[in-house]
Design a binder for this molecule. Structure first.
Ligand code: SF4
Ligand code: SF4
Length: 370
């Protein structure tokens, strides 16, 4: 439909075009919400209007038939409205309790052929919601790990906590497949981040033909890339040299120059960070801190990674106070005790580089009291 003040139809429509009537009619007037059970919230507005939201976990990649089924459910119960959340969940909205119960039971009853939930209801409150994640091996150029595989394997391992709220507080997990971190790893309770551990290789044959060499030089945050001339195929060619002891394996130069591939089967893997969160009414935001420096890529089920994440969750569940987020718990007991309780190995790799303000996230000191 024509939009006021718009001269083309390019770009997204105004967001409130897609609000269900109850949301539109009570915009800015919502008083409070409560979690009735895992996956089900009740929102109450001034004047008493109610909206129940039922949240289900989404899949990493969705087939057209899966999306059609979601839309059919929205048509049947919600007047055709549904929403995707930033954590890849899908939320259905209804206005009365009987409809909410019918919708919830219908969603829980739909199963894949193997018997697993197609639309598991959950992901709210003091449990584990779906993971924010990045793209992985197939879709991006600098990943050090996959997204689809480890995300699926981790969520399968903690699935019971998606459907329940037994933890002291919410645990939000995120995965970014390289340290560019387009995946909110820094502000999640548990962050899984793909890391390279070797500098890029230089393809002298193509460097000058595929790349703007000054651009590759400028892309490096540590000034490890410089232009050079090398002997190739009997002639001198313009190319690139990497000062390896300056390289922090970020992959930025490869983003600019495809003749500097950085992926490596042995060098690549995953680091685990914990303790990040966004701000809430009680505490400031916190950045996460590295607690496991390296776990190898182990497709298809990433056993070491999933075991370690599950272990951290269990130790936190057994020791933290109610309402205490993972990072607040670690800070209260002290990081030394965190490592003692979890049994994770503390190494010098876990101390942040004090030279780089971007990493002022934990101690700038070696004075740990072990
Ligand atoms: Fe690409 Fe890195 Fe983002 Fe993964 S985290 S999608 S590799 S930029
Ligand atoms: Fe520089 Fe990063 Fe490339 Fe290493 S990987 S040379 S630090 S841009």
């Amino acid at each position: 439909k024509p939009m006021e003040g718009r001269i083309t139809d390019i770009g997204p429509h105004k967001y409130d075009d897609y609000f269900p009537p109850v949301i539109k009619n009570n915009f800015g007037k919502w008083l409070y919400h409560e979690i009735l059970e895992p996956g089900v919230l009740l929102h109450v507005a001034e004047g008493g209007a109610k909206c129940y939201t039922v949240r289900v976990g989404g899949t990493r990649t969705m087939s057209i038939t899966h999306i059609r089924e979601l839309c059919d459910i929205a048509d049947k119960y919600c007047g055709g409205y549904l929403r995707w959340t930033t954590r890849n969940n899908i939320e259905f909205m209804v206005e009365d309790e009987a409809a909410m119960k019918a919708l919830r039971d219908d969603l829980n009853s739909r199963k894949f052929d193997g018997g697993s939930f197609k639309f598991p209801v959950g992901g709210t409150g003091a449990g584990i919601s779906n993971m924010v994640h990045t793209q992985g091996w197939v879709h991006c150029h600098t990943p050090a790990t996959d997204a689809s595989g480890p995300v699926k394997a981790v969520m399968d391992t903690v699935f019971e906590d998606f459907k329940s709220m037994r933890l002291p507080a919410p645990v939000r997990i995120a995965l970014a497949c390289c340290i560019n971190m387009c995946g909110a790893v820094h502000c999640s309770d548990i962050g899984l981040v793909g890391i390279h551990r070797k500098p890029p290789m230089v393809d002298h044959e193509w460097a000058d033909q595929l790349c703007e060499i000054p651009l590759a030089v400028a892309a490096c945050p540590t000034a490890a890339v410089r232009p050079t001339k090398v002997e190739h195929d009997g002639k001198k060619v313009n190319s690139i040299a990497i000062k390896e002891d300056r390289c922090m394996y970020c992959g930025n130069c490869y983003t600019m120059c495809p003749a500097l591939p950085i992926s490596d089967g042995e060098g690549d893997g995953i680091a685990i960070m914990v303790g990040g969160k966004v701000s809430n009414r009680i505490t400031m935001p916190k950045f996460s801190k590295v607690v496991v420096g390296y776990i190898p890529n182990e497709p298809p089920r990433w056993p070491t990674l999933t075991k370690t994440v599950k272990h951290i969750v269990e130790v936190y569940a057994a020791n933290a106070n109610k309402y205490e987020r993972l990072g607040s718990w670690a800070e209260r007991i002290g990081w030394e005790t965190f490592f003692k309780l979890t049994g994770l190995e503390f190494t010098h790799h876990l101390i942040d580089d004090f030279r780089d303000p971007a990493y002022y996230t934990w101690r700038q000191s070696t004075q740990f009291k072990f």
